[in-house]
Design a protein around this ligand. Structure first.
Ligand SMILES: *Cc1c(COP(=O)(O)O)cnc(C)c1O
Length: 362
């Protein structure tokens, strides 16, 4: 019997979240961002589950696009980092992939290719990660003459922060930069941009994290934005005992019982991708009760205080995050964001998929 440490994936919740993104996108269409193995949920199953709704997918790199094509899905796929090698141009042409061109060396590869692909042009509107500045665009576009340029893309540095003026500044910069090409499609919005009042999303938005039910913002959880948790991370209680006052728990003896304390050991740790920085007080749930971690997370196990759930016994299932415990809340306790937790679940944890009464492992 394999141990019961699983990431249950609710594909109906995934579709609910995609439809919310599409609704929030208004006139724009939403390309489903499924990079990083579908934010840890399994790119193949995620893409298949969204394929009836999503007119386009976006990924970071070629390998991810190949996985989607391998599933027999024929939507356009945008490569957000463009080509990583000269020969990728041929693969893009063969498989209908749309690379985002952000640098001169990629333009040179295109000029030397004897195939044609549809491309996007990345505009650096202030994030200073990838893209061309406004004054370079005329030169870029003249080098792309004869190519199908789908449009222009930019990325926001602080769309998650409603108090920051960066998004307005970047939007203005982008709009001015693309004035000479009124026919081009425009794409600016990550998940956070869908929740900014009055933010234009133009033709294509690019929701990622929101599809998986986690919040793109620090000031609220996914549920507050109308999102449903897609992944429920679950593991079994494998030992239960009562500590005497003065007894410590785990490596470094960082937590010590003050009073007689019922506690349990759960079969999950940082070797599964559960964050080691989640300290004492990080929430979990057992049998519908909220409980808290105590002591240090080890590689294969962690400890919980069962004072709030005294009936809990070996074999009971503990939710580390999911419907009852927002991944965003665990992330705050671990000093990180839901993105990192979801993408960090390791291959040791099987993903088990559910939709409308159907189940299955992959
Ligand atoms: C990852 C990514 C997105 C999606 O961002 P979320 O915050 O997950 O919605 C959109 N655009 C680009 C360019 C990205 O790299």
């Amino acid at each position: 019997m394999p141990r019961h440490t699983v990431a249950k994936i609710d594909l109906d919740a995934l579709r609910h979240n995609y439809r919310l993104a599409q609704h929030k996108a208004g006139e724009a269409s939403a390309m489903a961002v499924v990079k990083a193995d579908g934010y840890g949920h399994g790119i193949r199953t995620v893409a298949r589950a969204l394929s009836a709704d999503a007119p386009c997918f976006a990924v970071a790199c070629l390998e991810e696009a190949l996985a989607i094509r391998d599933e027999g899905l024929s939507q356009p796929i945008v490569l957000l980092e463009g080509m990583h090698a000269r020969e990728d141009v041929v693969t893009c042409a063969r498989l209908g992939l749309e690379p985002v061109i952000h640098s001169d060396y990629q333009l040179a590869w295109l000029e030397q290719a004897d195939v044609r692909v549809s491309v996007w042009v990345k505009v650096n509107s202030g994030m200073n990660r990838l893209g061309f500045r406004a004054e370079d665009l005329a030169g870029v576009m003249s080098r792309l003459q004869g190519w199908d340029v789908r449009g222009f893309m930019t990325h926001f540095a602080a769309a998650d922060d409603l108090a920051s003026s960066a998004t307005t500044r970047q939007t203005r910069y982008f709009e001015r930069a693309v004035v000479p090409w009124p026919e081009a499609l425009l794409s600016v919005g990550n998940s956070a941009a869908h929740f900014r009042p009055d933010q234009p999303l133009y033709h294509w938005s690019r929701p990622g994290i929101m599809l998986y039910g986690a919040s793109p913002r620090a000031d609220c959880d996914g549920g507050d934005l109308g999102l449903k948790a897609v992944m429920t991370l679950e593991a079994e209680l494998i030992a239960v005992r009562t500590l005497n006052p003065g007894d410590s728990v785990g490596y470094g003896e960082t937590w010590r019982a003050q009073t007689p304390t019922r506690m349990g050991i759960v079969a999950i740790g940082y070797g599964d991708g559960y964050p080691r920085h989640a300290g004492t007080g990080t929430p979990a749930a057992v049998n519908g009760q909220r409980i808290e971690l105590i002591g240090r997370v080890s590689m294969d196990m962690l400890a919980v205080n069962l004072s709030a759930a005294p009936e809990a016994k070996p074999g009971d299932k503990v939710e580390l995050w999911g419907d009852q415990v927002p991944v965003d809340e665990v992330a705050r306790h671990a000093g990180t964001i839901g993105y990192e937790l979801l993408t960090g679940i390791t291959v040791r944890v099987p993903r088990v998929y559910h939709q409308q009464g159907r189940g299955g492992a992959a």
